[in-house]
Ligand binder design. Sequence first.
Ligand SMILES: [Zn+2]
Ligand SMILES: [Zn+2]
Length: 496
Amino acid sequence: MRFRLLNGRIKAVKNFSEDSMKITQINDIPQPPLNSNFQFNPELQRLLSGKQLLFDDLPYPLDEIQIHYDNGYITFRRGIEYDGKKPFCVRCGNKDTVWFETFPCARCGETCFYCRKCLMMGRISECTPLIGWKGPVPDTELPLQIMAWQGTLSEGQSEASQRVAYAILHNKEWLVWAVCGAGKTEVLFEGIEAGLAANKRLCIATPRTDVVLELTPRLKAAFPQIEIASLYGGSKDRHKFAPLTIATTHQLLRFYHAFDAIILDEVDAFPYTAEEVLQHAAIQARKPESAMIYLTATPNAKWQKECHSGKRAFTTIPARFHRYPLPVPEFQWCGNWQKQLKKNRLPPNVLKWVKERLNNGKQALVFFPHIPLMEKALPILRQFTPNIQAVHAEDPERKEKVQKMRSKEIPLLLTTTILERGVTFPNIDVAVVGAEDDIFLESALVQIAGRAGRSKDYPEGVVTFFHYGKTEAMLRARRQIVSMNREGVKRGLIDV
Ligand SMILES: [Zn+2]
Ligand SMILES: [Zn+2]
C-alpha cells in the first residue's frame, strides 16, 4: 500500500508511483473532520471500534475504507515510527533492532522494514497503516438483568470484590493479591456487572489460552444475556464487537483505546521478554481514562515491595474459600540427588515420601526442574507401581495424563513446572525434588505449594521441598505463605 497527499487528505493507492509514499514517510497524517451526514457502514463500525487492524484484516474494498476516512470515520496511523533514526513498532512496542528485518515488499514496491516480533498477527512494515475507527461507538443494549450469578462470596472475597467494583467505576489501578484457591474469578463479578451497567467496555486478559478457554463458559454462565467475545489465536470471535471481551494478552495487540477497564489475570505468568510486549499491548488497548485491575497469587518482588511501601493500591485475599490455612512447605535436605540419579538411585527420604503416599492411597504430584532428570527418575519410581506417569509441556499425551490423574487412574504424577498453575486435583500431596534449582522462582514455588489442600472436602495437604541447599526463593516462598496465613487468622478469615 502507498499513499498520495492530495488537498489535505491522504489517498491510498495500490500501485507504485513516483509521487506516492509509504505511510511512514508522511509526517502529519491529516484527519478529515467527521461528516455527520455520511451514512457509515455499521458492520465496519462494529469491526473497527477500539481496534487497530491492517488492510488484510478488513473484508472490504479499498474504496470503502477510503470513503470512510474521507468522511472522518476512519483513522490511519503509522505501523512503524522512527525515534530519530531508530525504528519502533507502534503495535507491539518493539525497539530492538534485532527484531527488525528488511524485505522486498510487494505492498509498496520497495525495500521495506518490518517488525518480526508481532509477525504472527500480520506483518507491520513501513508501508502498513494501522486502521482505526473515529466515528461513534456501536450501541449496545443492556438486558434488564445483567448478572445471573447468585453464589456467595467469602468475607475476604467480598472485600476485594467491592474494591474491584470501585476501581472499575472510578478508573483506578488496583491489585488483587489472592492466594491460590481463594476464588478470584468470583471477585470480578460485581465489578463487571457495575461496569456493564455504566455502559463500560470491559476486558479480561490473561497470558494463557487455557485460562481464556476456562473463563469463557464461567463468564457466559454468570452473564448469560451479555455478548462475550472470547479471543485467542484462531478463535472465531475475532471480529465480534462485545461489551465484555476475554482475550489472551497477545490479542490485545489488535486493540487501541478500546476498554474502559482491563482486568489482567495472572500478571506474573510471563517470561520476562513477553512482559514488555504485554505491557505495551495493555496500555494501548485501554482508554487513556480507564481502570486497570491486576489479579495474581504471586506478585513479583518489585510489586511486593511497592505494596508494602504504600506505592501500590492493593487488596489481599489471604485465605481460601474453605477457611483453612494454606499448607506450609516443609524443607527436607536430600543431598546431591542429581549425582544419585546418574547411578539410577533416588535419595532415601524421597523414596520414603513416595512409598508412604502409595501405601496410603494418597495421590501426589512430584515436581522436577528438568525433563531428562524426571525421565531418569520415572523407571526408579515405577518399581513401586507401573502406573506412575510423567508429564511435560511438549508431551502429546499431556491432556490425557492430567485427566487420568483427575479420575485417579494415576497414583503419582511426575511433572515439570507445566503443572505449577491452573490445574486442580482435589486431594493431593505435593513434592519438589531439587527445589534449589533456578527454575523454581519464589512465584513458582508458591504456586506449586498452592496445588495442595484446595478442596473443602480435603483442605489439608503435605507440601515437601526436597533440596540440596536452601535458596532465597525457597525461603521467600515459605515466608509469603506463612505471612498470608497469619494475616488470614488476624482478619478472622481462617478458622483456628
Ligand atoms: Zn511489532
Ligand atoms: Zn512496504
